[in-house]
Design a protein around this ligand. Structure first.
Ligand SMILES: CC(C)[C@H](C(=O)O)[C@@H](O)C(=O)O
Ligand code: SF4
Length: 466
């Protein structure tokens, strides 16, 4: 029977059938960060258990770290305790940890692919919802809860119920300056934040094949924001080229053999999908969210929608609440809203290509007066590369702050908080109330759109700007 990519990965990882819908799956890679792991390790200790496969478990410090300094002491007391607990747990259980002294330290979803830990056809879990990022490599990757973290640490397996399959086909290629961030925002705008609930979404078509690995990661990263369990993209030559030579990727003949297998990892031509959605890449323009949910999004040349014109009364109420919180009026142009803060970072958009795209806009210009703008690279390696390429100098000369890697203002667990009622152009993935700081107003955009907002002091249409 014709199989989807999801079916293939699933089938090759079944350890046991639990019941008709549920299987016990083998987990190839387990990524760990400081926020969702302490109780899991405590559980192991209580039951006198070991980590089953420490060599398949990788940890990094990201959510709580200060981005102003690489010293642990720069973190708040609560954060420092959590970071120190992670260090102790990794030491006690024999797990590789990229701590603040390591150049490999960074946001867990930037670090995994960068190290070649993320490989096609593998199952990957992490106590973090944006684990979906790794699906860009054709890995079945999703977030898990803390009790599941403990289960995977102890057994290297996980009970899972098979999801339905969703195919998102992108016809044609994106226009210049339109990125995969705009594409996924447009998809979420179309399907809604619950549109993917109960599904694993496979992205395919010409528009996907043309994307770089970085762009594919951005896309899969946000598939969780439409409710999907995971995002998937079939691996191809772009994937293999990215992986070759990475520290944990297979080497030499092993790599060749792996590529042969990886080439089989695609949905068969007649594979059945439970739902199929098609989009035309050429129709997509740079996107900006106007509300407090990623689905509340418009193209840069559209007007903020009017709740009075929304037939669904519940939706209309949510729109009114969002407009109030965001300090916006129905019918206004987003380009008229003054931006106070610009955040370029997060596991969605803090990779080298993202920084290159932002630098291209910024080069030779100045951040608008009164705008606070920060760049937080996704990892030590991204930071180093950006410095070597001269990007850091471009940003610093323009008036951006150039920070140390971490999650930072994506969720403001450290000192990087958006001020109350401040408007932020952010390259992150969530614009919920208070996400970046109490009463802060988040607009999700691509790195180039964020960079342009920093220079202009408001949102602008970047088409034709580069
Ligand atoms: C802290 C963690 C549990 C959380 C997540 O799972 O997504 C965080 O990464 C986020 O983005 O909100
Ligand atoms: S960067 Fe943001 S979305 Fe990504 S893992 Fe960190 S907090 Fe979560």
């Amino acid at each position: 029977m014709a199989q989807t990519l999801y079916d293939k990965i699933w089938q090759s990882h079944v350890v046991a059938n639990i019941n008709e819908q549920t299987d016990l799956l083998y987990i190839d890679r387990h990524l760990v960060h400081e926020v969702t792991s302490p109780q899991a390790f405590a559980g192991l200790r209580e039951n006198n258990r070991k980590v089953r496969c420490p060599e398949k478990t990788f940890a990094t410090m990201d959510h709580n770290v200060s981005t102003k300094s690489r010293s642990l002491d720069a973190a708040s007391d609560v954060s420092k305790n959590q970071l120190m607990a992670l260090a102790q747990n990794c030491k006690d259980f024999g797990i590789e940890l990229y701590d603040l002294n390591s150049i490999n330290q960074g946001i867990v979803h930037v670090m995994g692919p960068e190290q070649g830990i993320t490989l096609p056809g593998t199952t990957i879990v992490c106590g973090d919802s944006h684990t979906s990022t790794h699906g860009a490599f054709g890995a079945l990757a999703h977030g898990i809860g803390t009790s599941e973290v403990e289960h995977v640490l102890a057994t290297q397996t996980l009970q899972q119920k098979k999801a339905r399959s969703l195919k998102i086909q992108i016809n044609g290629v994106l226009r210049p300056t339109v990125t995969s961030k705009d594409l996924i925002l447009a998809v979420i705008g179309k399907l809604g934040t619950a549109g993917g609930t109960g599904y694993v979404a496979e992205f395919c078509g010409e528009g996907i094949e043309a994307l770089s690995m970085e762009a594919r990661m951005t896309l899969c990263n946000m598939s969780i924001e439409m409710g999907a369990k995971a995002g998937l993209i079939a691996p191809d030559d772009t994937t293999f080229a990215y992986l070759e030579g990475r520290p944990f990727a297979p080497k030499g003949d092993d790599f060749k053999a792996a590529v042969e297998y990886w080439q089989t990892l695609k949905s068969d031509e007649n594979a059945h999908f439970d739902l199929v959605v098609e989009l035309d890449a050429q129709d997509i323009q740079p996107q900006v969210t106007w509300g407090t949910s990623p689905e509340q999004v418009i193209g840069i040349d559209e007007l903020v929608p009017n709740p009075d014109e929304e037939a669904d009364l519940i939706k209309a109420d949510a729109m009114r609440a969002a407009l109030k919180y965001m300090g916006l009026e129905a019918g206004q142009k987003l380009s008229d809203a003054k931006v106070d803060t610009v955040f370029i970072g997060s596991c969605t958009n803090s990779r080298i290509e993202d920084l290159r795209a932002a630098a291209e806009i910024v080069n030779g210009k100045q951040v608008a007066t009164g705008v606070e703008a920060l760049i937080v690279p996704g990892s030590g390696l991204v930071k180093q590369q950006a410095e070597q390429e001269g990007l850091a100098d471009i940003f610093k000369a323009a008036g951006f702050e150039w920070r140390e890697p971490g999650c930072s203002m994506c969720l403001a667990m450290n000192d990087d908080k958006l001020g109350a009622e401040k408007r932020c152009a952010s390259t992150s993935n969530r614009n919920f109330e208070g996400r970046q700081g109490r009463a802060g107003r988040t607009h999700l955009v691509s790195p180039a759109m964020a960079a342009a907002a920093a220079i202009a002091g408001h949102f602008t249409d970047i088409r034709g700007a580069v």
